[in-house]
Design a protein around this ligand. Structure first.
Ligand SMILES: *Cc1c(COP(=O)(O)O)cnc(C)c1O
Length: 373
């Protein structure tokens, strides 16, 4: 028998924190006692483990996922007027970061099954100003990187992966090799916002790369471009990750696989219960490992469903209600309704439900009951 809970949150950070509380507090205490708050041993340890976890040679801690994207574009020397191809169905930071470098976001429609950029529609958008393709691995599943890398190679473009929602996700290449999110393009970008699968206790982010010279540029850029201290050949900024955040992440990274597995188990439960219903469940491409930062359903009477969830105090969210090509701030780019039909249709039909690892069996059953009622 399912018991009706008072409410169900989108994420229960208290439940995530409880089992690692002592470890976290010890790590924080150590930082306070060391008084090394900026660029110290916790950050260096995190960078090494992040690189290893992602299957890359180098990692750099930065101040947020947004700053990870900006510093990646700065390292690739993106200039005003350059064009960067990306998805419109994503968090604002993807295109916001592009625009903040002075470059122009060029939006490509999505694959309606995965909600990721559709590689078949990329080439028609390439011009002589195109410098970078920036795929987003939405909800925790990677975009079709093998096709994207082939296009990038053919047109001599860089690739920056917005892997903010996809740390630990992977794809299987046609030669059978498994490649992790962030490790395929020139630079992979991650966010440690508390709502991501690996979250810190504030803002934080990271970048990974296999390119030593890009790594060195990134290291300098995040500290005002200084090399050595007080000498600047390039202009960077303050993109540093602080030691308290790095310490929390060092405690949490070893638990990340368990976090992923809990979400995958919850997703499998929802999939089995919602099979054959009016809801389209997440499509995971064969060979892909999805880490379910979100569990996103789709239906054509979304408003009525959201009303039902709201009535029962079940948290839910729409990622994202307004595609980026239709945002007011990008009006000058000249997009209009109808330009990206799959993106626009998805924006009207998708919604996400709680998927976090600590969700109880009773609460999952209750959510399914309400959805099917
Ligand atoms: C969260 C997120 C970001 C930004 O990360 P912050 O750490 O919040 O700055 C960028 N892109 C995507 C797709 C995200 O989900």
């Amino acid at each position: 028998m399912t018991i009706q809970p008072k409410s169900i949150p989108m994420l229960d950070l208290q439940a995530q924190y409880e089992p690692i509380k002592n470890e976290v507090l010890n790590a924080l205490t150590n930082v306070f006692e060391s008084k090394q708050f900026i660029l110290g041993s916790e950050g260096r340890r995190l960078e090494a483990s992040l690189a290893e976890y992602c299957g890359c040679t180098h990692g750099v801690g930065v101040s947020s996922g947004t700053d990870a994207l900006i510093i990646a574009l700065m390292a690739l020397d993106i200039k005003p007027g350059d064009e960067i191809i990306t998805s419109s169905m994503t968090f604002f930071a993807t295109a916001g970061s592009i625009a903040r470098t002075g470059a122009v976001p060029v939006f490509v429609d999505i694959d309606p099954d995965t909600y990721n950029i559709d590689p078949k529609k990329i080439e028609e958008k390439i011009t002589d100003k195109t410098k970078v393709i920036m795929p987003v691995h939405l909800y925790g599943q990677m975009a079709d990187m093998e096709s994207i890398m082939a296009i990038a190679k053919k047109h001599n473009l860089h690739v920056v992966e917005d892997a903010a929602q996809a740390i630990g996700a992977s794809v299987t290449w046609s030669d059978g090799s498994v490649k992790k999110a962030g490790s395929i393009g020139d630079i992979g970008c991650f966010s440690f916002f508390p709502g991501k699968n690996l979250g810190c206790c504030g803002d934080g982010g990271g970048v990974v790369t296999n390119d030593k010279s890009l790594y060195e540029t990134l290291i300098h850029l995040r500290n005002h471009g200084a090399n050595p201290r007080y000498y600047h050949q390039i202009i960077g900024g303050n993109f540093r990750l602080d030691e308290l955040q790095a310490a929390v992440l060092n405690v949490k990274l070893p638990h990340l696989e368990d976090q992923h597995k809990g979400r995958q188990k919850n997703a499998a439960f929802y999939n089995s219960k919602l099979e054959g219903s009016k809801f389209k469940t997440p499509v995971v491409v064969s060979g892909n490992r999805m880490i379910f930062n979100q569990y996103t359903l789709r239906c054509n009477d979304r408003d009525a469903i959201l009303e039902k969830l709201k009535e029962k105090n079940i948290a839910h969210a729409v990622y994202y209600p307004v595609p980026l090509h239709l945002q007011d701030c990008f009006k000058e780019l000249g997009y209009k309704v109808g330009d990206l039909p799959e993106t626009e249709k998805a924006a009207n039909e998708v919604f996400s439900i709680p998927i976090f690892t600590e969700l109880s069996d009773n609460d999952k059953s209750w959510i399914v009951e309400v959805l099917l009622s």
